[in-house]
Write a protein that binds this ligand. Sequence first.
Ligand code: NAG
Ligand code: NAG
Ligand code: NAG
Ligand code: NAG
Ligand code: NAG
Ligand code: NAG
Length: 407
Amino acid sequence: MDLLYCILIAVCSLGVKANVNTYVRTFEQPEERISTLKTVCYYPMSNAINTTTKDPIPEGFNSTLCSHVIFIPTIIDRNNQIQPATPSHAVLFQRAIPVIRQQNPELIIMVSNGGHFDPVMESMKNISQFVQSAVVLLRKYNFDGLDLDWEFPGWPITEKPKGQIHNFSIVLTELRKSFEMEAVQTNRTRLLLSAAVAATKEMAEKIYEMDYLKKALDFVNMMGYDYNGWGLLSPLTAYNSPLFPGSLISCLTVCSIKYAFNTNNLAWSATHWGSWIGKDKLMVGIPFYCHAFKLLTPLMHGYHAIATGRGECDMAAYLCACDALKKKNATRVFDNAAKVPYLYYGDQWVSYDDVQSTTIKAKWIKENGFGGLMTWNMKSDDYEGVCDGKTKYPLMNAVLRTIHNQI
Ligand SMILES: *[C@@H]1O[C@H](CO)[C@@H](O)[C@H](O)[C@H]1NC(C)=O
Ligand SMILES: *[C@@H]1O[C@H](CO)[C@@H](O)[C@H](O)[C@H]1NC(C)=O
Ligand SMILES: *[C@@H]1O[C@H](CO)[C@@H](O)[C@H](O)[C@H]1NC(C)=O
Ligand SMILES: *[C@@H]1O[C@H](CO)[C@@H](O)[C@H](O)[C@H]1NC(C)=O
Ligand SMILES: *[C@@H]1O[C@H](CO)[C@@H](O)[C@H](O)[C@H]1NC(C)=O
Ligand SMILES: *[C@@H]1O[C@H](CO)[C@@H](O)[C@H](O)[C@H]1NC(C)=O
C-alpha cells in the first residue's frame, strides 16, 4: 500500500508540514486536573495456571497498580455460555479473587472474553443465553463486570457477516439491560460493561454503531496499538503506537501522501473516539509490547525503511527491546514527531514503548481530559525488574507517576 502512495514528493514536503502542526495545536491546552483517571490493565492468563502454589496470586499480577484489572480470556461454549477457558482458570478465580480484594478493596475486577462469538449473535435466543450466562459467571466468581473483546463484529477483512454490526449493538444493549435488572432484583451494585475496540479510522467508522456503544457501555478500551506491523502490503518500518504522525523527514526518502491526512495514530483515534462516545468513557490504550521488522539491508534503518519480514522481537514484551538495547549493537532513536522510540541492530528494527514514550502518552491523555488509559498488558511490563535490575513495572510506574503529578 505504502508504495502506491509514493508520489507527489513536492506536495508532501511542503503542504504536509503545515497540516501536521495545526493538527497538533488543535488539542486543548493543559489544565490542572485532580487525577481521577482510570487505569485499566489487562491481565492475560496463561493456559495452565499452577493451582497448587501456596500463593494464589498468579505470576506478574499486582493488585495495587491499576484502578481496574481485566482478566482475559474466557470462552463461549456450544450453548452460548461464557465459561472459564480452562479448569485451572476457574480455580484461579476462586482462590485469587478473595485475596486480591483483601489486598486492594478499591480495585475493580473484571473479566473479558474473545472466543468464538459468531453463533451468539445469530438469534435473540442465543443472545439471551449468552447474556444470562454472563451474569451467572460474574456473580459466581465475584467479578465487578464484563469486558467484550470481540475482534471484530462485521469486519469484512475477516469475512464476518455485515449483520453482526447491528447484532453486536443488540448484545451490548441486552447485557446492559440485564445487568440493570439484576442489580435491582438482588439489591447489589450493578455489574459494569466495557468493550475493547479497534482504534483505526477505517475499522472504527465501519464496524461500530456509536450510539449503541455510548448508551450501553460504562467505558471503552481503545486498542491504541497495532497501527503498523510488517505485512506484504505494508513492508515499511513504522510504529506500533505513534502518538502523532511519524517524522516528516521520511517524506524525503519514501514520500507518502498519507501524511497529508494521517489518521493512523493515537491522537487521531482518541480524539475521534472521544467525540463518538464521550471523552469520560474513553480509555486510551498503551502497548507494553513490540512490533519488529527484518530490514532489507542494515544500511537502511530509518522510519519507513524497507523490511522483508517480521523481526525477532515482533509481538514480544517490552523486555525484548530492553534486552536488545543492552546486549546487541543497537541504536535507539526517539522520533520527536511521533513521540515514540525505535531501535535497530544489524538487520533488526523494533518499534516499542518505553518510559519516555509512556510518560508522554499518559501526560497527553491526562491533559486532554480523557476518562483514563488502558494498558496491554500487565504481564508484558517488566514485572520482575530485569531491565535495570531493580525497577518492577517500569512502564506502569511511569504512567502512575505522570498521572499523579509527580513528573
Ligand atoms: C506447582 O507449584 C508447586 C508448589 O510451588 C510445585 O511443587 C510444582 O512443581 C508446580 N507444578 C508445576 C507443573 O509447575
Ligand atoms: C505492586 O506495585 C506497586 C507499585 O510498583 C509496588 O509498590 C508493590 O510492591 C507491588 N506489589 C507486589 C506484591 O509486587
Ligand atoms: C445459536 O447457537 C447455537 C449454539 O452455539 C448454534 O449451534 C446455532 O447455530 C446458533 N444460531 C442459531 C440461528 O441458532
Ligand atoms: C442478526 O440477528 C438477526 C435477528 O436475531 C438474525 O436473523 C441474523 O441472522 C443475525 N445476523 C448475524 C450475522 O448474526
Ligand atoms: C439494599 O442494600 C442496602 C445497602 O447496600 C440496604 O441499606 C438496603 O436496606 C437494601 N434494601 C433491601 C430491600 O434489601
Ligand atoms: C557496532 O556498530 C559500530 C558502528 O555502527 C560498528 O563500527 C561495529 O562494527 C558494530 N559492531 C558489531 C559487533 O556489529
